[in-house]
Design a protein around this ligand. Structure first.
Ligand code: 5GP
Ligand code: ZN
Length: 111
């Protein structure tokens, strides 16, 4: 989508700090981190949210997760996956992305 900031990041039109990339996803550092470790797993193909994502893509990301969290150094101590969805969910970019947060003991609930 031409006006989507994450499509622009995927296309390399907006710079980002990449942790991982393959043909289906990129993993980049969040520009405004909420924890010592805060990255975004972003599918390369535009889908607005998890409700509209193909199941194969979600399974693919789940399969890659162990490799990604090992690379981030949060495999042992744990991490949080967040998928903000819609207005009440606090989604500010309408291109599906998984937040991966860690590097400290996170608070709960998040509101
Ligand atoms: P949401 O609020 O949609 O769940 O998450 C969007 C996230 O994208 C936010 O945490 C925000 O900091 C991050 N973000 C927004 N624009 C950019 C950008 O241009 N580069 C990077 N690396 N992160 C961004
Ligand atoms: Zn997009």
């Amino acid at each position: 989508m031409s006006d989507c900031i994450f499509c622009k990041i995927v296309a390399g039109e907006i710079p980002s700090e990449k942790i991982y990339e393959d043909d289906k996803i990129i993993v980049i550092k969040d520009v405004n981190p909420g924890a010592p470790v805060h990255v975004l797993i972003i599918p390369k193909e535009h889908t607005d949210n998890i409700l509209h994502a193909p199941s194969e893509l979600l399974l693919y990301i789940q399969d890659k997760l162990e490799e990604i969290v090992k690379k981030l150094g949060v495999y042992e101590d744990g991490f949080r996956i967040v998928i903000n969805t819609g207005v009440d969910g606090g989604q500010s970019v309408n291109h599906l992305h998984f937040h991966v947060l860690g590097g400290k003991t996170l608070g709960w609930p998040p509101c």
